[in-house]
Write a protein that binds this ligand. Structure first.
Ligand code: PBG
Length: 330
């Protein structure tokens, strides 16, 4: 049999497979999410996220040192706010001496080159667990929320945050934050917009980690986060975020939304990130712990798939493990 085009030829050796490999992951494509608690020497495990901890500032700084040694260049902070600091109007969100604000200052002092990303949303700070302020019926108010988000974002930036990441899905918040940043001469502060953030059940373990699950109760976030059935709407969101001054567009979750990553990257050609969320991590981790799947392989395959779809960088709870693996391979 004569077959001129044998695709198995290039697959027959590791050297030739690696020469033609189209997608690869480097540690500097990864962003490490970190859960932060007040106090010192605190390290609490999160039951639904094996291997992930809530850390107090002292231990968090050590973790950041590990990340830096593994060539991870950016982290994102998620605070666990004590019950007595939560309120209906989320005032703690923009306290200049709040947990996020003081920790950002400490991180930038010790690791000036580490990219520090902060989450702009009110859910850690509200007694009702919603990402914004609510009216009497529990509806999340858009414009009133945006005013608070702007104050929150400015307080992060004044503490030294390099990138603010609004994860709330209010309309017009990117534009409002951009205007406030321009007015205060923070012209190089970047906005990483959660452009297409879906109302996903895969955020469950995250809500355990930050302790917003009980606050949220049976309420949902469907009046502001996107419907998982929609795809064109994500492009509309992206168009608006770009026009409002976003520097980076993000899709969340990642692995089940590869089509959205692909379409956004393909259409706009802008920096596009993806968030492999808590539930994605927990599913893979649980299967690995049970020895049903090979952890290193599924972790790598899941990250490669997200990059292949078009993501420039990935937020992932696997960041440290993946970076260790990348280093051991080099
Ligand atoms: C809240 C926020 C959430 C996540 C990041 N920021 C949860 C939510 O919208 O309820 C989820 C991240 C994850 O699941 O890993 N603004």
């Amino acid at each position: 049999m004569i077959i001129k085009n044998r695709l198995r030829r290039m697959r027959s050796n590791e050297f030739s497979r690696s020469l033609v490999r189209e997608t690869s992951i480097a540690a500097d494509d990864l962003i490490l999410p970190l859960f932060l608690v007040d106090g010192s020497k605190q390290q609490h495990s999160v039951d639904s996220m094996p291997g992930v901890f809530r850390l107090s500032q002292d231990l968090l700084l050590k973790k950041i040192e590990d990340a830096q040694n593994l060539n991870i260049n950016a982290i994102v902070l998620f605070p666990v706010i004590e019950k007595n600091l939560k309120s209906e109007f989320a005032n703690e969100a923009f306290n200049e001496n709040g947990l996020v604000q003081k920790t950002v200052r400490a991180i930038k002092k010790e690791f000036p080159d580490m990219g520090v990303i902060t989450d702009v949303a009110l859910d850690p700070y509200t007694t009702h667990g919603q990402d914004g302020l609510i009216d009497k019926k529990g509806y999340v108010l858009n414009d009133e929320t945006v005013d608070v988000l702007v104050q929150q974002a400015l307080s992060h930036v004044e503490s030294g945050a390099d990138i603010v990441a609004p994860s709330d899905m209010m309309d017009g918040r990117v534009g409002a934050i951009r205007e406030a940043l321009e007015n205060t001469k923070h012209v190089n502060t970047k906005i990483l917009s959660y452009t297409a953030k879906y109302a996903s059940a895969f955020y469950g373990p995250f809500r355990d980690a930050v302790g917003s699950k009980e606050n949220l109760g049976n309420s949902s976030k469907e009046t502001y986060q996107m419907d998982p059935s929609n795809s064109n709407e994500a492009l509309h969101e992206a168009e608006l975020d770009i026009s409002e001054g976003a520097d980076i567009l993000m899709v969340k979750p990642a692995g089940l939304y590869l089509d959205i990553i692909y379409r956004i990257k393909n259409q706009f050609k802008k920096p596009t990130f993806a968030y492999q969320v808590s539930g994605e991590y927990s599913m893979l981790k649980a299967a690995a712990i049970n020895n049903w799947l090979d952890e290193k392989k599924i972790m790598t395959e899941s990250l490669i798939a997200i990059k292949r779809a078009g993501a420039d960088a990935i937020l992932t709870y696997f960041a440290l493990e993946a970076a260790e693996w990348i280093k051991s391979r080099d």
